[in-house]
Write a protein that binds this ligand. Structure first.
Ligand code: NAD
Length: 255
């Protein structure tokens, strides 16, 4: 097996996934990214700029595609995957009665089923590199509090949180660490999808107007690193929007 450790990151074509890919690449890791956004992935690989990176078209909802993606990544790394970062996710905002069946199913499928499939597909690879291997799932601060007008999103993230807690115990005897990230608002394109309204303001601007803290994306990768090497099950990231419930009263169709 090659000496160079390897991490596979879903959603590596944008935001948190890209920032984490760059961080691990700088520390000498072999980085694989999977996403439905091929152009975004190319930007990430360009920014990494070395030969120890790899991209694959992956829709996390496709169970068979998962096996293909991780098998080919493992071949590229010389037979090892040390960390699976189950990070891809989408937002869905608005009062629950306004969420369409299609929106709800898409959010459940990507945010929850995608994480389940990623865990299943990663297990045989992580068992090979254990002890020291890890599954890290991106949950959210919305897995701590159910967020008004983000109720379906919150439900998926509570699901990610509970899978993390269950697998932390289920996989302990295989020597695989399992942990989740619980970020507050992070400055990435997803903010536009969880705050969309009729104004011309960006998602970030709307949140700032509402008195929320928006953290720079650079705060996240170090926490992923700590989650890989630490002992806790959940890791909060950045400043949390503790006022989210109060804000929702006067900012009714938003956060
Ligand atoms: P982002 O929109 O910048 O990145 C999400 C990435 O996931 C995109 O590249 C997108 O193409 C990809 N993706 C979407 N559907 C996919 C699919 N079916 N298969 C594969 N890839 C898919 O957003 P981000 O902020 O970087 O989000 C990353 C994770 O962080 C998400 O799970 C999100 O819920 C979570 N999160 C974000 C925040 C925040 O404020 N930004 C806060 C808490 C949690």
């Amino acid at each position: 097996m090659s000496e160079r450790k390897a991490i596979f990151i879903t959603g590596g074509g944008s935001g948190i996934g890209r920032a984490t890919a760059l961080y691990f690449a700088k520390r000498g890791w072999f980085v694989g990214i999977g996403d439905i956004d091929a152009l975004g992935m190319e930007v990430t690989l360009d920014q990494i700029g070395n030969g120890f990176s790899y991209m694959v078209d992956l829709d996390v909802r496709d169970r068979a595609a998962w096996d293909r993606a991780l098998d080919t990544f493992s071949t590229a790394t010389g037979g090892r995957i040390d960390v699976m970062f189950n990070n891809a996710g989408i937002g869905i905002d608005g009062p629950i009665v306004d969420n369409t069946v299609e929106e709800i199913e898409r959010c459940l499928d990507i945010n929850l089923k995608g994480v389940i499939f990623g865990a299943q597909a990663a297990f045989p690879h992580l068992r090979k590199t254990a002890p020291g291997s890890a599954l890290i799932n991106t949950a959210s601060a919305a897995a701590i509090w159910g967020v008004p007008n983000l109720s379906v999103y919150s439900a998926t993230k509570f699901g990610v949180r509970s899978i993390t807690e269950a697998l932390d115990i289920e996989w302990a005897e295989s020597g695989i660490r399992v942990a989740s990230l619980m970020p507050g608002f992070i400055d990435t394109p997803i903010l536009d999808s969880v705050t969309s309204d009729q104004s011309n303001m960006s998602g970030k601007q709307q949140l700032l107007e509402a008195g929320m803290e928006v953290n720079p994306v650079e705060v996240v990768p170090e926490v992923v690193w700590n989650a890989v090497h630490g002992n806790d099950v959940h890791y909060t990231v950045g400043k949390m929007a503790k006022r989210v419930r109060r804000a929702a009263r006067w900012f009714p169709n938003r956060v």
